[in-house]
Design a protein around this ligand. Structure first.
Ligand code: DO4
Ligand code: MG
Length: 285
């Protein structure tokens, strides 16, 4: 959890709010869905009420901060992402064009059931040979597409599948356990996403095998611009979550492996850490 700030988190199944270092539990019946159907000012009014302090037990389980929201993602919003796609793809042309175009790349990333929270296993595909985590600032929007807060996202991706043909993007991006989210939502009226460091560390058998950092200041697009395109001609009745693209991609000779541990830190948003497992090549029952 982040050390300071105003945060919402799902802890042992109940929605908690931390203000000035003290946790409280929101009343029964309040869910991320019900909170994201409120306007920003209604949400702020509700969360500003005084509540009794609650203790959080050691070893409490922090779940992903999502109920029924769809997760969407923006692509090629950082120079590093453009470079990596150019390296892996059969043609760099679609990526060059989208980097410079007025319309951003936006794609559907995950249903809530495909999302994993802190400490849960994230998956790489059974039919992919080149896989990476993508550490991304995640924007949490309400039903009016007002930004209510921010969290950490991991857009786990298959570079071999996307690189073979960009039309395979949904298969490179969407599968069970393809998206990490959490640990908490930093509320928008107390958190600015500008100039925040994003750091990625990948460990294998106890040793760090890759680490890098970037800053949200390197993003080429603004958050309002991304949300404007996302909200064209569609509604999100209980809000949505938008990953804003990656500015860190490991070098081309790196691929994730079963047992790796991926740690993403964003300044003010805490740590999202997940182990990696490979899907077995079997159909679920
Ligand atoms: O263009 C494909 C996906 C790009 C992406 O996920 C990113 O830039 O983060
Ligand atoms: Mg991405």
């Amino acid at each position: 959890m982040p050390a300071t700030g105003l945060h919402l988190a799902r802890i042992d199944g109940a929605i908690h709010l931390r203000r000035r270092g003290t946790w409280s539990v929101l009343p029964d019946g309040i869910s991320f869905d019900s909170l994201l159907r409120l306007s920003l000012s209604e949400l702020r009014g509700l969360l500003d009420k005084e509540r009794p302090a609650a203790s959080v037990r050691d070893g409490a389980v922090v779940g992903p901060p999502i109920d029924s929201q769809e997760v969407w993602a923006a692509g090629v919003t950082y120079q590093r992402s453009l470079e990596a796609r150019t390296d892996e793809a059969i043609s760099s042309d679609p990526y060059d064009r989208v980097y410079a175009a007025p319309r951003p790349e936006l794609f559907f990333k995950a249903t809530p059931g495909r999302v994993r929270g802190p400490g849960e296993a994230l998956f790489i595909r059974s039919d992919s040979s080149w896989d990476v985590p993508e550490p991304e600032l995640a924007v949490v929007c309400n039903s009016r597409l007002e930004v209510i807060g921010y969290t950490i996202g991991n857009d786990v991706s298959s570079r071999s599948i996307e690189g073979e043909n960009p039309l395979y993007l949904p298969q490179a991006k969407v599968f069970d356990g393809c998206c990490g989210l959490g640990p908490a939502i930093a509320l928008a009226w107390e958190f600015s996403p500008a100039d925040r460091s994003i750091a990625l560390e990948i460990s294998r058998e106890g040793s760090v095998v890759f680490q890098a950092a970037t800053s949200t200041s390197a993003i080429r697009r603004s958050i309002p611009e991304l949300i404007d395109y996302l909200g064209r001609d569609q509604r999100f009745e209980s809000g949505c979550i938008l990953l804003t693209g990656t500015g860190i991609i490991p070098p081309s000779d790196f691929t994730l492996a079963e047992g790796d541990v991926v740690a993403i830190r964003i300044d003010g948003l805490g740590l999202l850490e997940n182990g990696i497992r490979r899907h077995p090549r079997t159909r679920p029952a």
